[in-house]
Design a protein around this ligand. Structure first.
Ligand code: SF4
Ligand code: SF4
Length: 100
């Protein structure tokens, strides 16, 4: 397993509250608030960690660039995709990539 698969295996074994705590621990490292694509709507909604929790809930209408590759979470988890706020999270993207 690579780093992301190891993280997700541990994450899925956590109870609901512990999953929330794990995301809260990572949220301050998320660089999305510094990204040109991040906007007043996403800020107001407190959206973060799209790579794990999924795409923006209707706030991102235009992709103005992605800085995920400069993010500590990106490196720590060994992520392979980007533009998560518009294209969906790493796990779903990997699954889609594996389809024939
Ligand atoms: S990789 Fe991107 S979406 Fe994930 S925490 Fe970092 S900046 Fe946020
Ligand atoms: S996922 Fe990428 S494009 Fe979207 S706000 Fe975060 S850094 Fe920017």
């Amino acid at each position: 397993m690579d780093r992301f698969e190891t993280f997700m295996t541990g994450y899925r074994e956590l109870h609901h509250a512990a999953r929330g705590a794990a995301l809260e621990d990572l949220a301050p490292e998320c660089r999305c608030p510094e990204c040109p694509t991040y906007n007043d709507c996403t800020e107001g909604a407190g959206e973060r960690l799209y790579c794990l929790v999924g795409r923006s809930f209707g706030c991102v209408t235009e992709n103005l660039g992605c800085i995920c590759q400069d993010c500590p979470v990106y490196r720590e988890l060994g992520l392979e995709h980007r533009d998560f706020c518009v294209k969906g999270p790493e796990a779903a993207r990997r699954y889609e990539r594996s389809l024939p």
